[in-house]
Ligand binder design. Structure first.
Ligand code: PLP
Length: 377
């Protein structure tokens, strides 16, 4: 099987599975317990926080562990809206955010907030000027993702932060960096965002663990979950020690030779572009520069059929975000692509271990699909 859907989720390396197992079997204490095995579990959580924070470029106490990227996004928007509710009730975001951002924005709209959803250009890009122009005196929250999960477009979060400061806006800035963490270099403490969401399973950790960075402008955050006061009172619930051990180990592995890996992935993406665009009928969608995501379209061939057929040929790619489950993607809709391009969109996404031979196999499978199936009318 050839797995080219790393933006949906990633395989768990054996060393990560070992770390998870060790935490489950040997370090099963409750971090709040006052005897040695509890204290060991508490120390494990502290070490995991140090590892993830150091990779993210911030101090450990700035990081709240969560159950996933979705939770981090929800927490960030709720928290920013609550803290800044007296500054106004307007949100600026983009029409191409993940649903983990869009849905909380819709909730806030139901609670009387208004939201502006910025549309990208045909290549999938959003500019800092566009964001700045949408910000009003009552804008309390701005949320713009770092890397779009369907196009791989990298959005100018640093420039947006600068523009907000230059305009004297009180808005808190959140970025969903789930697809950017350890793919597009940044440091949390200099990116300029007040809140940064990340997720473990996009980089080799088990599913079900994420984190939220809280910048220094975040004061006394209203807890996401109230209870026993874990995560410094910001998100109660007994710590998921095994998930955290897996998260930290996965981050540690990715940090080894990170620059080299990212350069290799970028070269592989260039190779894939060459190979796939050489197939008649294949066009590129957007001009995303993230090294691990490539959006294409086999024009006129419905993507659901292509994905299914390629799956049967042993090649896993997706028709966009895994979260859509067959629904048309709001991202390609917002990019205003021609209908035949939009209905044929495919997302190929790589991991550190992906090889040129796997890309060749994808090209062969795609060509085979085109040669043996009828396009839609
Ligand atoms: N944000 C983006 C950009 C994503 O790609 C995803 C997952 O696909 C999420 C948020 C949600 O993360 P999780 O699956 O950890 O809830």
């Amino acid at each position: 099987m050839i797995y080219l859907d790393h933006a949906a989720t990633t395989p768990v390396p054996p060393a990560v599975a070992d770390a998870v197992r060790d935490a489950l079997v040997n370090q099963y204490g409750n971090p709040s317990s006052q005897y040695p095995i509890g204290r060991e579990a508490k120390a494990l959580v502290a070490r995991c926080r140090e590892t993830v924070a150091s990779a993210l470029g911030c101090q450990a106490e700035r990081l709240v562990f969560t159950a996933c990227g979705t939770e981090s996004d929800n927490f960030a928007l709720r928290l920013a809206a609550w803290q800044n509710r007296h500054a106004g009730r307007h949100i600026v975001t983009t029409a191409v955010e993940h649903s983990a951002v869009l849905e909380p924005c819709h909730w806030l709209e139901q609670e009387g907030w208004t939201a502006t959803y910025l549309k990208p250009d045909r290549n999938g890009n959003i500019t800092a000027e566009q964001v700045a122009a949408a910000v009003r005196s009552d804008t309390a929250v701005v949320s713009v993702m770092l890397v779009n999960n369907e196009t791989g477009c990298v959005f100018p979060v640093r420039e947006i932060a600068d523009a907000l400061r230059a305009a004297g806006s009180k808005a808190l800035l959140h970025t969903d960096a789930v697809q950017g963490f350890l793919k597009v270099p940044f440091r949390a403490d200099t990116l300029g965002a007040d809140l940064i969401s990340v997720s473990g399973h996009k980089l080799g950790a088990p599913k079900g663990v994420g984190a939220l960075y809280l910048g220094e402008r975040i004061r006394n955050p209203r807890p996401l979950l109230a209870g026993g006061g874990q995560e410094d009172g910001r998100r109660s619930g007994t710590e998921a020690t095994a998930q955290l051990a897996g998260f930290a180990k996965a981050v540690e592995l990715r940090m080894e030779r990170l620059d080299e890996t990212l350069a290799r992935m970028a070269a592989l993406k260039a190779y894939a572009l060459d190979r796939l665009l050489a197939i008649d009928g294949v066009v590129r969608v957007g001009d995303g520069s993230a090294p691990h995501i490539l959006a294409l379209s086999l024009v006129g061939y419905p993507s659901a059929n292509v994905v299914e057929d390629l799956g049967a040929q042993g090649v896993c790619i997706s028709a966009g975000s895994a979260c859509h489950r067959g629904r048309a993607s709001h991202v390609y809709e917002a990019m205003n692509l021609p209908k035949k391009v939009k209905s044929g969109v495919l997302r190929v996404s790589f991991g550190p271990e992906t090889t040129e031979a796997e890309i060749d196999a994808l090209a062969a499978a795609l060509k085979n699909h085109r040669d043996t199936r009828f396009p839609m009318l």
